[in-house]
Design a protein around this ligand. Sequence first.
Ligand SMILES: Nc1ncnc2c1ncn2[C@@H]1O[C@H](COP(=O)(O)OP(=O)(O)OP(=O)(O)O)[C@@H](O)[C@H]1O
Length: 272
Amino acid sequence: MSAPLLKLTGVTKRFGGLTAVNEVSTHVDAGEIVSIIGPNGAGKTTLFNMISGVLPPTEGRIELEGRDLARVAPHDYVRHGIGRTFQNLALFKHGTVVDNILVGRHWRMKTSLVEAVFHFGRPRREEIAARERAEEIIEFLEIETIRDKVVGTLSYGQQKRVELGRALATDPKLLLLDEIVAGMNQEETEDIARFILDIRDELGVSILMIEHDMHLVMDISDRVHALNFGATITEGRPAEVQAHPGVIEAYLGAKAAAARAEPAPLLKARAG
Ligand SMILES: Nc1ncnc2c1ncn2[C@@H]1O[C@H](COP(=O)(O)OP(=O)(O)OP(=O)(O)O)[C@@H](O)[C@H]1O
């Protein structure tokens, strides 16, 4: 049997005395959409940061197609096939849509500085191929009408789509989506859900996403991994995970803690 696309074994991250991620083991097979859920502070972003090379694990092993990523330099994760979007938009606001998507392409290009400066054969060929790929992605994401617009002038939903385009331009095998629909309205969320499924089905890219939108998680995930306080509560099919007592308790517990942190309505009214 071939190795899973992504495999995590006993992955742990400690920040001083705080264990943000505690011995998490999971995997993503080729062609899967897997979601990571959990209340605020559960360790989801820290886990993503380790998978995308932003942070080294304190313990444990992360493998992509059987290759230990500890041996890969952080800036080479993209070239090995891990693409990512960020929780907060990380686009070049003054650049156009095309410029931003080309940036993703350049992250994975091989042209050396000397070649680029003297404009030898490979950079030109690579540049033409990069532009062609950017246009394919623009068409795929249905953003042709805004291709020359400056990103900072676009709606939040459109900007998120551009960020998705930039991640796709790196030709990932595995795409990490960090709360991609946060702040979107229902129509924008439905569009993104459709694109995620198309990315998997038409482009053959596997997806690992952190998501708070439970409708999206339940609708499109093949598998869900639930975390709380850095540790795995359970993993399984969406409906099983949603009904798991530990998951319900984690979310209710988080809600109760948030409610305790809020002043009682009467006190709030008086204070106001
Ligand atoms: N660089 C850091 N230094 C110290 N502690 C950190 C650091 N990054 C995260 N933490 C802590 O690790 C824990 C997990 O945080 P993380 O951001 O991974 O959670 P999360 O599940 O992504 O939360 P959210 O849903 O709010 O984004 C939290 O207690 C957080 O305060």
